[in-house]
Design a protein around this ligand. Structure first.
Ligand code: CLF
Ligand code: SF4
Length: 468
């Protein structure tokens, strides 16, 4: 099973853990092409302040900054889950990731999880927290069957922490500066340690903040590994003036793709990395990377009774869909297995390849409708997923409106060698060729990894021939 690993050669994943992550789209890179998640925005309160967060918007620890989700009550949340699960059979996980901190608002998070456990027990339960109250609520989470928990931990040094967290509110008292950062760190480490001891699968998120914790994150990774954390997700700081955060207004800029790659490379020496995170919304719905939240309207599910929604949810049909997905995954793994057997013989060179995909692990999206490119790295060590790069608008937004975000696309893909896509017009193809990007439709509707292997092999051969 592929798991979004970094550069470290880790021992293989034990069978019981493999089973737990098999259809979790965040914990398993392989699963994210096939299985969907839903976030329920039931928890608006928070007990700390992060300098990259503006509380007018959703929690930036597990969501894209600058987005405001509609709040739901627990009983509205379960209705939404049953409604979406009945429509979107590939839904496998429910996450609570804000819009504040799930455990600062445990009075709403825990009843919501209890309702899901009661009415949709086939779904995995997942929460994301800043960790301040993790230890306090651990037993409740275990009783409810939550076994995937994300803790955002940006530093293990209180001096650095004081630059990120201006205050922490704990047991009726507001702490500030280094004292606040020390308290938060101590509670995070204790919560993680206890959670791992009790068998929870912990993912840690760290926001990569240029000039603040960029050089320090490998130490965080080391510590997380010692604590038994399963996966480390480095998320680039997104910092735009319109987000109105302390960092954005005080000159702390967004992290670049290159900085992210560099830090991932350094952290991947110590721990298994998640590289396919899309910093989704607190009300995200659908495959990771393909948010369908705008298609789900409260008036469609709120008037219905739980009983009616359970019928619509239809566990038997959902099970059949899961079986089909698993058959497809097996066929896909078989098609991709060549990449494990065949060496690329790139003589130490690595190539970045951008792919357009609408899911299912295939090159099945038209260049014109792409909102994000999947970037893979291919070299002597094989083909591995590196990161997703979003663009602000698709190349083509309608029949009469072929836009021209080509400058942005060229700049986001400037370090790539090849672009593999399902379809591309001659006009964008020529523009990309001018900046040295080679595009190809040859692998349209083919599995991603084996296509990259073949495309890079072809590229190496043709270049060797050119050089004589
Ligand atoms: Fe949601 Fe987070 Fe659970 Fe996934 S998201 S609570 S672990 S179900 Fe996933 Fe979204 Fe990244 Fe989060 S892609 S922001 S890592
Ligand atoms: Fe914002 Fe989340 Fe930090 Fe709270 S924990 S301040 S909601 S980013």
């Amino acid at each position: 099973m592929s798991c979004g690993c970094g550069t470290l050669t880790l021992p293989s994943i034990p069978e019981d853990i493999s089973a737990k992550i098999h259809n979790h789209p965040c914990y398993s890179e392989g699963a994210h092409h096939h299985y969907a998640r839903i976030h329920l925005p039931v928890a608006p309160a928070c007990n700390i302040q992060c300098n990259y967060c503006n509380r007018k918007f959703d929690c930036s620890n597990e969501s894209r900054p600058g987005v405001t989700s509609m709040r739901l009550k627990p009983e509205e949340g379960i209705k939404k889950v049953l409604y979406v699960g009945g429509k979107l059979h590939r839904l496998s996980v429910v996450g609570i990731a804000g819009p504040g901190d799930s455990l600062a608002d445990a009075k709403k998070t825990l009843p919501t999880l209890a309702l899901i456990k009661e009415h949709a027990p086939d779904l995995k339960l997942c929460i994301s927290t800043n960790g301040l109250l993790l230890e306090e609520y651990l037993d409740d989470l275990i009783t409810l069957g939550v076994d995937h928990v994300t803790v955002t931990i940006n530093t293990i040094d209180p001096e650095i922490g004081a630059k990120i967290y201006p205050w922490v509110f704990y047991q009726g008292k507001r702490y500030k500066g280094v004292e606040a950062a020390s308290l938060l760190l101590q509670k995070q480490l204790l919560g993680i340690e206890k959670a791992v001891q009790k068998g929870l699968l912990i993912k840690a998120n760290s926001v990569l903040i240029p000039g603040i914790n960029d050089h320090h994150l490998p130490l965080v990774s080391q510590k997380l590994r010692e604590l038994g954390v399963f996966l480390h997700n480095i998320m680039p700081l997104l910092s735009e003036p319109e987000f109105g955060t302390y960092f954005a207004l005080n000159g702390v800029r967004s992290a670049t793709d290159e900085e992210l790659s560099r830090v991932q490379e350094a952290c991947g020496m110590d721990i298994r990395l998640m590289t396919h995170c899309r910093q989704c919304r607190a009300d995200a719905v659908g495959l990771v990377g393909e948010d369908q939240s705008g298609e789900i309207h409260p008036e469609e599910y709120l008037p219905l009774s739980i009983e009616a929604l359970k019928e619509h949810y239809n566990v038997a049909l959902r099970n059949e869909s899961f079986e089909k997905i698993e058959l497809f995954r097996k066929a896909l793994d078989k098609a991709n297995e060549r990449i494990e057997k065949e060496s690329l013989s790139s003589n130490g060179q690595t190539f970045l390849v951008a792919v357009t995909s609408g899911g299912e692990g295939m090159i099945n999206q038209h260049f014109g409708s792409v909102k994000e490119f999947l970037i893979y790295e291919a070299g002597d060590k094989g083909v591995k997923f590196r990161q997703a790069r979003k663009i602000s608008t698709e190349y083509c937004t309608g029949p009469d409106s072929c836009g021209n975000p080509m400058d942005e696309i060229c700049s986001r893909l400037h370090d790539c060698t090849l672009i593999l896509t399902a379809k591309i017009g001659s006009c964008p193809q020529e523009s990309l060729a001018k900046v040295g990007l080679i595009t190809s439709e040859k692998w349209a509707n083919q599995p991603i990894e084996k296509s990259i292997l073949e495309a890079v092999q072809e590229y190496i051969i043709s270049h060797d021939q050119e050089r004589g």
